[in-house]
Design a protein around this ligand. Structure first.
Ligand code: HEC
Length: 429
């Protein structure tokens, strides 16, 4: 409607008209300083500012702190907030309020932003503006200043001809100076050192330790993929990092190959520790597992191919977070809990999975499930030409390391529901 009556008008008369409309209803007129800034401070500027959150390579392209910065983007902003593309969040609305890292505007806030852009996107009185947000500097660490930073043993050159490359690095055992004693981790944050890092899967190992299979044991220390932040554990929860551990960096580099595209990388991980003397005891050691299926094949051209996998918990378990992982044909993902009494509950549905924003859905209130609960992880792939990210819709596709192949992993972080008693010794090493 609005667009239609603008047709053929000069810019000047259009502006006059907007002015007239606004004057007729002065109370309704929304302004940047009064109505928009508070919404943006709460929902946008954490990423949209100079030096904003770098979520494993996803860096917001512009700052949205001041009127001058925002005004040229008004039209684009109306579009991305009404389509709910921004702020980025991918779980469906049924889990509204369930996850601590949820982002989103209310319908009312979307309405305010859109009508502000449609009524001239004016500045308003500078006196109405809220105080600017002060961001705590943590040298770019989203989880806070680390107690220990461990880097890959040396810089690695990701050569010009590389498109996808999987390569493992392992450090020397941590020295007494780096880690004088075994600790419980309160946060873990893997950080790419260059923009060719696609993801990092991290682990620790102790020399000489072998699992049942005879292979060296590796303890998962989480991972980071595009769009994912670091992990903070609540009080009483932690992941063990043992004295003398080696740290493994399972790197996936991805870039457009070509002359001059090569880059050095020396990615790192930042750990924060619980303080044995000051912080509450650890009663919930955290584990992270993969619910996965590696033996699927998506036929060429298939727009909606389903693949499933499941895991059963034999003791009462508390789930901390869920994290679907697929590659470019990934379309949607869902975790459903099937309880021993025959009922079921959807834990999370991600209807529009986006390869660039792979989030850990972290519970506000950790989710308790009784012994015997089976968690099913179900995903769909779009291997058709309609999927704009599909690198090749003419071939069947199954499990494989390169981003151009597929993966099917439902990460799940969890712990025992019954707290370990101090006598069980989780805090004595
Ligand atoms: C978690 C970090 C984050 C938050 C929060 C966030 N953005 Fe973004 N935004 C990004 C990144 C990264 C991009 C560029 C990549 C993309 O488009 O996915 C982007 C892109 C955009 C674009 C498109 C720019 C273009 O080139 O077309 C607009 C407009 C935008 N954001 C507005 C907003 C607004 C308005 C909010 C708050 C309501 C917001 N964003 C919240 C990270 C964020």
């Amino acid at each position: 409607m609005f667009k239609k009556c603008m047709g053929g008008m000069s810019v000047l008369s259009a502006l006059v008209m907007i002015g007239a409309v606004a004057d007729a209803a002065p109370k309704e007129r929304l302004t940047f300083t009064k109505d928009i800034m508070p919404i943006f401070q709460e929902n946008c500027v954490r990423c949209h500012r100079a030096g904003g959150d770098n979520i494993s390579g996803m860096v917001a392209p512009m700052s949205l702190e001041t009127f001058q910065e925002v005004r040229p983007w008004a039209k684009a902003i109306a579009k991305v907030v009404s389509s709910k593309k921004m702020p980025p969040w991918f779980a469906d609305e049924k889990t509204h309020g369930v996850f601590s890292n949820e982002r989103g505007l209310t319908d009312q806030e979307i309405g305010v932003v859109v009508s502000w852009t449609q009524t001239g996107a004016v500045r308003g009185n500078p006196k109405d503006a809220p105080a600017p947000v002060i961001f705590q500097s943590s040298n770019g660490w989203l989880t806070g200043e680390p107690d220990l930073i461990v880097r890959m043993p040396e810089p690695y050159f990701v050569a010009d001809d590389v498109e996808d490359l999987y390569v493992d690095f392992v450090t020397e055992p941590l020295t007494d100076e780096q880690l004088p004693e075994t600790v419980w981790l309160r946060s873990i944050e893997w950080r790419g050192d260059s923009d060719v890092v696609h993801h990092i899967v991290g682990a620790a190992s102790i020399d000489g330790e072998k699992g049942e299979s005879g292979l060296p044991t590796r303890y998962s220390l989480g991972s980071i993929a595009p769009g994912e932040e670091g992990t903070n554990y609540p009080e009483g929860y932690g992941l063990l990092l043992r004295k003398g551990s080696r740290i493994h960096f399972n790197m996936h580099y991805h870039k457009e190959p070509g002359a001059g595209s090569g880059q050095f990388d020396q990615s790192m991980v930042g750990f924060r520790f619980w303080d044995k003397n000051k912080d509450p005891e650890i009663t919930h050691p955290v584990e992270r597992s993969k619910i996965m299926n590696t033996s699927f094949e998506i036929p060429p051209g298939q727009p909606n191919w389903e693949v499933g996998a499941s895991k059963t918990f034999n003791v009462g378990t508390t789930i901390l977070s869920l994290h679907p992982h697929m590659h470019m044909r990934g379309k949607d993902a869902e975790y459903i809990a099937f309880y021993p009494d025959g009922t079921q509950e959807t834990l999370v549905t991600v209807p529009n999975y986006d390869f660039n924003w792979q989030l850990d859905y972290f519970y506000n209130e950790p989710k308790r499930v009784p012994a015997g609960t089976r968690v099913e992880f179900t995903v769909h792939y779009d291997n058709s030409a309609d999927n704009e990210y599909n690198p090749d819709h003419t071939i069947p596709m199954g499990w494989g390391n390169p981003t151009t192949s597929e993966m099917m992993i439902g990460y799940i972080s969890y712990t025992n529901t019954e707290p370990l008693a101090p006598s069980e010794g989780p805090n004595d090493f």
